[in-house]
Design a protein around this ligand. Structure first.
Ligand SMILES: Nc1ncnc2c1ncn2[C@@H]1O[C@H](COP(=O)(O)OP(=O)(O)OP(=O)(O)O)[C@@H](O)[C@H]1O
Ligand SMILES: [Mg+2]
Length: 256
């Protein structure tokens, strides 16, 4: 509905700059399509490798979650995420399934993603056009093999990003805290901007625990809370001014 309205508006007002087209934003509402571009990219260079955790979609038509998971050979524990991510509380209630029997407690439609141990820290990479900024946030702790053998059931957790504090000033294990290499993030952000057709988003990235250069993108959010991005006022103003300059060059008579 909103997309059609915007398309009409765009046709009626060609003079208005639309920073990010609604159909591209829509692509991020589905957790399967959201990560597809990262997967397709197969980004790998001397700085590291970036992928997505192994995942599958379970729909209401699938006979049993257990069967689908067994067939795909996904390893436990699994993070269960509602297929649609629309920003409302309900669609951000996630679960961690520890054992096969608990899979029947999950309610499709879902994306089931292998849980990747990452030392309890994630990197939020904010993208504003060509500018990127990275911050550290607390995340879910590692699940050890011995915990996995003892724990059963589904552990539900509410919206993590709202509760997760900044880990910028914390005394962290340096191997966990080390930021992903800047050239790798720049390549990733640039290529994603092109593939997604978007300028304003952020990525949640984790580093596989025990590795230095193996990264996974687990979430992409459109127009995140930029208030938490360092120097956002300056970066955002520069970004908007760059559009003004482009527009000025295109339609000099339109700009005061
Ligand atoms: N595959 C994974 N491996 C390890 N931890 C994960 C994985 N997926 C998600 N998490 C943890 O769960 C949290 C929430 O996941 P995700 O960002 O995908 O969901 P979300 O609904 O978009 O949540 P939010 O709005 O809080 O970002 C992450 O911040 C991270 O701590
Ligand atoms: Mg997230």
């Amino acid at each position: 509905m909103c997309i059609w309205l915007m398309q009409d508006f765009r046709q009626d007002h060609p003079e208005v700059t639309i920073l990010d087209p609604p159909e591209s934003i829509e692509h991020l509402r589905n957790r399967e399509s959201m990560l597809q571009d990262v997967d397709d990219m197969k980004l790998s260079d001397s700085c590291g490798v970036v992928g997505v955790p192994r995942q599958l979609v379970v729909t209401a038509d699938d006979s049993s979650v257990f069967d689908v998971v067994t067939k795909a050979g996904l390893n436990l524990p699994l993070v269960a995420k509602p297929l649609v991510a629309d920003g409302s509380q309900k669609f951000h209630e996630l679960s961690l399934a520890y054992d096969q029997n608990s899979l029947c407690e999950l309610e499709p439609p879902l994306v089931l993603q292998e849980f990747v141990n990452h030392g309890g820290i994630l990197f939020k990479v904010y993208v504003v056009g060509e500018a990127i900024k990275v911050v550290r946030r607390y995340s879910l702790p590692n699940v050890t093999k011995s915990e996995l053998s003892k724990i059963s059931g589904v552990f539900r957790f509410p919206r993590v990003s709202c509760a997760a504090a900044s880990a910028e000033d914390a005394d962290l294990d340096p191997e966990v805290a080390e930021l992903p290499p800047q050239p790798l993030l720049e390549r990733l952000a640039k290529e994603l901007r092109r593939r997604l057709g978007l300028q304003l988003f952020n990525l949640d990235i984790i580093r596989e625990y025990g590795t230095r250069d193996r990264f996974y993108v687990i979430d992409i959010n459109y127009f995140p809370g930029y208030g938490k991005m360092p120097d956002y006022e300056l970066i955002f103003t520069d970004f908007l001014l760059s559009f003004r300059r482009i527009k000025h060059n295109k339609f000099p008579h339109n700009i005061n």
